[in-house]
Ligand binder design. Structure first.
Ligand code: NG1
Ligand code: MG
Length: 517
């Protein structure tokens, strides 16, 4: 499926956002004219996302259920096919005080360098450029070209950065899309865009899974997405059944900035390593004959790969009277059991412990799993990480089952969904260790004020939270946060910032190209 091209904002934004968005787009287009002395040729757009359930399991290749939000990143672009000398990019931001204008020559494919150690906003553009360049080079026969044409760009992003709504993926996806469009690719394939954006975003220093880019590109207005990574990347729109009271997702910022680039070696990238090592450890512990399959997990093997291999080799038939989904759930339940029985060290495993099981040296272990993305840890909590992943994958299945065959009473459906969100939060807090006191407090306050379920969303350690709230309790929940969280922790908070802190989130549309007429 191709990324859609449109000429009308009402195909992109919901009714209630249209007047604000029209003003914002007019400002973008007129600022572009003042900056570059001509109108842009097109605007590429990709949104942020909120994850509803399935946290920290995308990089173990388990299914997740995110949805796009209305907030997005826009790149207004004018192409300049300069004949003399190499092409250049000029890239400015409507918020020039925070994001200063940059200009650089476009290197040839393979020469694009990104310095992940510097905190430079245009790194995200460059990683999109890098991904797009590889795809364009591969598809030269389609009439696309690389090295790229020159581009004058003005960026406008409304996804808060470090806020857990994935501004990074929105920026990388919109950038890759802009470069592909500028170089003649009018039929950008959604799946290809996601795959290249996932890989290229890793150049910014975080060894991420693929949920954010999938949500940003594939989303359709009005639906959440069920994203699968195995056997291949795919996404399916899911509808929420109408209920009384109406089911509403509210997103609340903690205003604790989660700076993944700084914390990656002890937080995000460490979790990726722990999950990967748990997969290798379990495979060795059960004496699997075949090595784990190389798949699209960030370190090449995954817990999902372990699951598939284990059941192929050890228990070919689980229960063939069941439909595929319960069978998959039974497998996961079995894996929870095996993890509890075999990964017994509650206080974690040292590098020496793990190397001995995998029958490699500590140097080999470091080189294989911890060199491209270094991590800092004495002990690796393999038991806890595997337990979170398998149980969270089960919760995603249960969430889907509730939506596809809802119980007769709406109350039961809402309580059921809410309970799964609450369990995720408890697991993120106690087992995966990716929450923080502020996120825990937002969740506790929301539940006390009437939310069915509350949890962090995205990587955690700060950022955003998401809450399933009945329509008639949204005001009460907002009130509780305002009085007991925001005004208490940030006594000088402005009304404007308070307004931004809490957003009722309707599923938004995914990436598109807007042609300026
Ligand atoms: P954030 O930090 O919210 O963008 C990250 C990862 C996701 C996923 C979640 C946790 C990136 C770009 N994204 O999201 O792939 O693993 O954490 O579920 O790193
Ligand atoms: Mg991000």
């Amino acid at each position: 499926m191709e990324v859609p091209t449109t000429t009308s904002l009402d195909q992109i934004y919901p009714e209630e956002a249209l007047s604000t968005q029209k003003r914002r787009w007019q400002n973008l287009l007129s600022q572009f004219k003042t900056t570059y002395d001509r109108p842009p040729d097109f605007v590429s757009r990709s949104p942020g996302r909120v994850n509803l359930i399935g946290e920290h399991i995308d990089y173990s290749l388990y299914e997740v259920i995110p949805m796009a939000v209305t907030a997005d990143v826009l790149l207004a672009v004018s192409v300049n096919a300069r004949k003399d000398g190499p092409s250049r990019v000029r890239i400015a931001n409507v918020d020039s005080s925070k994001f200063p204008t940059r200009e650089f020559e476009i290197p040839s494919e393979g020469e694009i360098k990104i310095d992940a150690s510097s905190h430079e906003w245009t790194n995200y553009f460059k990683s999109g450029l890098l991904g797009a360049s590889q795809s364009l080079a591969k598809n030269k026969n389609k009439g696309n070209h690389f090295p790229s044409v020159g581009m004058d760009i003005l960026v406008d992003g409304t996804v808060p950065s470090g806020g857990g709504l994935s501004s990074s993926a929105a920026f990388v996806c919109a950038s890759a899309l802009a470069v592909m469009k500028a170089n003649g690719d009018d039929k950008v394939d959604k799946k290809e865009l996601v795959e290249l954006a996932v890989v290229s975003e890793r150049n910014v220093g975080v060894n991420s899974g693929g949920m954010d880019q999938a949500a940003s590109v594939f989303s359709l207005r009005g639906s959440a997405l069920y994203v699968s990574f195995k056997p291949t990347l795919s996404a399916k729109a899911i509808e929420f059944p109408p209920t009384k009271p109406e089911l509403i997702f509210v997103v609340a910022q903690s205003f604790v900035a989660a700076d993944k680039h700084v914390t990656a070696p002890v937080c995000y990238n460490l979790r990726v390593v722990e999950c990967t090592l748990a997969a290798e450890f379990l495979a060795k512990a059960f004496g699997l004959k075949r090595p784990l399959p190389q798949d699209s997990g960030p370190l090449g093997v995954s817990l999902r790969g372990f699951q598939d291999t284990y059941f192929e080799e050890k228990e070919a038939v689980v229960d063939n009277t069941q439909t595929p989904v319960p069978q998959f759930q039974q497998q996961l339940e079995k894996l929870v059991q095996l993890t509890e029985d075999y990964l017994i060290q509650e206080d974690g495993y040292t590098r020496e412990d793990i190397a001995a099981i995998l029958r490699v040296s500590v140097d080999q272990l470091n080189a294989r799993y911890m060199s491209a993305f270094p991590v800092r840890a004495e002990r690796f909590l393999l038991r806890q990480r595997a337990l979170h992943v398998f149980n969270e994958a089960i919760r995603v299945l249960k969430f889907m089952a509730l939506l596809s065959s809802p119980p007769a009473k709406d109350e039961d459906l809402l309580n059921g969904l809410g309970e799964l969100l609450n369990q995720t939060q408890a697991s993120c807090r106690d087992v995966y260790d990716c929450s923080c006191p502020e996120l825990d407090e937002l969740c506790t306050l929301a539940r006390a004020a009437g939310a069915y379920g509350s949890r962090l969303t995205g990587a955690g350690w700060g950022g955003c939270s998401v809450h399933l709230v009945p329509a008639d309790k949204v005001d009460a929940v907002r009130q509780a946060w305002t009085e007991k969280y925001y005004k208490k922790r940030f006594p000088d908070i402005s009304d404007e910032r308070l307004e931004e802190a809490v957003v009722v989130s309707k599923p938004g549309s995914g990436s598109s190209v807007f042609v300026v007429e």
